[in-house]
Design a protein around this ligand. Structure first.
Ligand SMILES: NC(=O)c1ccc[n+]([C@@H]2O[C@H](COP(=O)([O-])OP(=O)(O)OC[C@H]3O[C@@H](n4cnc5c(N)ncnc54)[C@H](OP(=O)(O)O)[C@@H]3O)[C@@H](O)[C@H]2O)c1
Length: 329
């Protein structure tokens, strides 16, 4: 079926560019692809499938001429257009956090909860990138032993803060080595040769939005409303791919052989003896390793997972959702 007219909103950004390359790589059934960004980029061209696409500025009217809109231009743009687009009959997959927790919006990682797409109302949310990486490793273990609690520390790449984040890491690293580093604009503290244990603003409870998402979104994806979650999100000077160190407590005692078998058989993840961001970059699968029992609790285990957050954490997951929406049309 190649009658799909696709719009990529945020096409000049880190996620948008990845979407355009995945549309080609996966031979996504698009009859037409249109690209949208801010006024700053209007009229510029983006190479695509041997030609050039001209960047447009989104308006409500354009969505009547699209069958599928892939939003990755931040929450403000999604809030401005996504609901109206879905009402106009355009299927929307949104990468921002604007609608993730709305009751009528499925929050989907296809390998885990594709069934949540049943009865969708043309608007589906892509989960937070760190949540996707962690959830893919955790879901098969939840199926085996029933997850009750998790304590997570993330190791998040600079490109998680978009094209500007990656540029700040690269430019800052050069500046630091040459003794001429500018103050950070994207990150809360200088990222080169550092780790920054704060992503986004700190709220009244001392936590950040990024940390809260790990709890709220994982509960919705796994369908465990009382799941106990503590998360510390940390930015690390890595270009691409987010890591998570995740310690999990279950209802049932853990059989480590069965845990490993569950991870080996699960879709979307791959066992790796030493999962690193560089090993995970540009790969579809999330890499999982460092699986260990917790010596003082037979109902717990701990692991490390890492996944390309621009790809599986955003663009790829969105396209996989879109492929299912199209197949079910
Ligand atoms: N980066 C990641 O790893 C990641 C992972 C998961 C989810 N996300 C989410 O995906 C979204 C995009 O992230 P990103 O990392 O790709 O950001 P980015 O690199 O900063 O790109 C942002 C994109 O949004 C466009 N944009 C900004 N304001 C706009 C407006 N008023 N109208 C139309 N387009 C506008 C930008 O266009 P201009 O170039 O013209 O400014 C650019 O194309 C965000 O919601 C983010 O939270 C990102």
């Amino acid at each position: 079926m190649s009658d799909i007219r696709v719009g990529v909103i945020g096409a000049t950004g880190a996620v948008g560019r990845e979407m355009l390359s995945l549309i080609q790589e996966r031979r996504f059934p698009a009859r037409e692809v249109r690209v949208f960004a801010s006024e700053r980029s209007a009229g510029m061209t983006i190479p695509f499938a041997g030609g050039d696409l001209i960047v447009e500025v989104p308006s409500e009217e354009v969505f009547g001429d699209l069958d599928l809109a892939l939003f990755s231009a931040g929450g403000r743009v999604s809030r401005a257009f996504a609901r109206a687009a879905s009402r106009a009959g355009c299927m929307v997959v949104d990468n921002s956090s604007a609608f993730r927790m709305e009751d009528d919006v499925p929050l989907v990682v296809p390998e885990i909860n594709a069934a949540a797409l049943d009865g969708h109302r043309n608007l589906v949310a892509n989960p937070n990138c760190t949540t996707i990486v962690n959830a893919l490793a955790v879901a098969p273990l939840h199926d085996a032993f029933r997850l009750r609690r998790m304590v997570v520390a993330s190791y998040q790449a600079a490109s998680g803060a978009g094209a500007a984040g990656l540029a700040e890491l690269m430019g800052g690293t050069r500046g630091h080595l040459e003794g001429d580093e500018s103050p950070p604009e994207v990150f809360a503290a200088p990222l080169p040769f550092n780790v920054v244990p704060q992503i986004g603003a700190v709220g009244e409870d001392g936590g950040t939005d990024e940390e809260a998402k790990m709890g709220t979104e994982t509960r919705k994806i796994l369908g465990v409303p009382d799941l106990e979650v503590v998360c510390t999100c940390v930015r690390v000077p890595v270009a691409r791919a987010h890591g998570v160190a995740s310690t999990l407590w279950f209802e049932r005692p853990v059989d480590m052989k069965r845990a490993r078998a569950a991870l080996d058989q699960a879709p979307g993840i791959r066992w790796h003896d030493l999962p690193t961001p560089r090993a995970a970059s540009a790969r579809d699968e999330v890499l999982v390793g460092r699986l260990r029992a917790v010596p003082f609790d037979e109902r717990a285990l701990t692991l490390f997972a890492v996944g390309d957050q621009v790809r599986k954490g955003a663009a790829l997951n969105a396209l996989q959702i879109a492929e299912r929406l199209i197949a079910d049309r």
